[in-house]
Design a protein around this ligand. Structure first.
Ligand code: BMX
Ligand code: ZN
Length: 285
């Protein structure tokens, strides 16, 4: 039995995997305050909830995990959790095997397995941030590879939390949509609300269009640079048909050479959980 944990910018989800079967899924809102104490409490109550029912743990986490520690490309998405030693934390409580992977890389692996172990695909998650993963010739690229949210959308765009100007994450992520939308509309809007407003309000539509055009541009670039053939889009924003349909429409204006097959994540919001459980099964038992 595997305990799979998905630690994102705004949510912490977990489930048990009995073979292929996902069971007893729970979810919390997370560390928007970036308080390591809160995260520790949440993880502790999560481990308590599943106590005695698993024999290994897989963690899919936002950020780049180096030697068991959370490091950030975009520290804004981690708050005070930068440097949090996930591995040591779990080891102190659980003596069995633990596997750690970036959340988007885990989801990439999950979506590949769900497609009969597709050997080539790129995955883009549009959520709090924008994450990515690459499965190339049957191998998942890990570590510093595949962080697609930090490729260039607009050289004159806003400065991203990672320090680079004009990253896709700075114009198309859930937090960017909310920030840009709230500025333009002069009231607080979340990404989902902005997508709905874009159907009738031109200020909202401009922001959403730029975001979807950027993601479509990234998809075209992935096809031109890696000939991936298939790009899967996930994450709470990416799974929303109001976003996904605009992306595919924007991509359609490109010549055929730049247009891979584009699909919504078949594992939906649980791609990271499935992915990390498959990863643990294949490499850590
Ligand atoms: C950021 C980066 C990626 C992550 C992506 C999606 C940090 C902390 N995170 O680009 O590692 O995969 O966001 O993360 O630098 P989520 O929190 O939106 O799921
Ligand atoms: Zn960036």
């Amino acid at each position: 039995m595997i305990l799979a944990i998905d630690l994102g910018g705004t949510k912490l989800a977990a489930a048990l995997f009995d073979g292929e079967q996902l069971c007893d899924r729970i979810q919390f809102k997370t560390h928007s305050s970036g308080d390591p104490g809160t995260l520790k409490d949440q993880l502790q109550s999560l481990l308590h909830h599943y106590q005695g029912r698993f024999d290994c743990i897989g963690v899919a986490s936002t950020g780049i995990i180096q030697q068991g520690r959370l490091t950030a490309l975009n520290p804004d998405n981690l708050g005070g959790l930068k440097g949090f030693d996930l591995e040591v934390f779990f080891q102190q409580i659980f003596p069995g095997p633990i596997a750690l992977l970036n959340d988007a890389q885990a989801a990439t692996f999950g979506e590949s397995v769900a497609r009969d172990n597709a050997a080539n695909l790129a995955f883009i998650t549009v959520s709090t941030g924008i994450g990515g993963g690459l499965m190339i010739n049957g191998e998942l690229l890990r570590g510093g590879s595949g962080h697609l949210g930090h490729t260039l959308a607009d050289p004159d765009g806003p400065v991203c939390g990672c320090g680079r100007r004009g990253c896709i994450e700075a114009v198309a992520s859930g937090s960017a949509l909310s920030r840009l939308g709230s500025e333009a509309l002069r009231r607080e809007v979340c990404a989902r609300e902005l997508l709905e407003l874009a159907q009738s309000d031109t200020r909202a539509e401009q922001i959403v269009d730029r975001a979807c055009l950027s993601v479509a541009g990234l998809i075209a670039d992935l096809q031109a640079s890696l000939a991936v053939g298939r790009v899967v889009v996930g994450g709470s924003v990416g799974l929303n048909p109001l976003f996904f349909d605009r992306v595919t429409l924007a991509l359609a204006s490109n010549p055929a050479f730049y247009r891979p097959v584009v699909e919504s994540a078949v594992l939906g919001a649980d791609a990271g959980l499935y992915g990390i459980s498959h990863w643990v099964k294949q490499f850590h038992r």
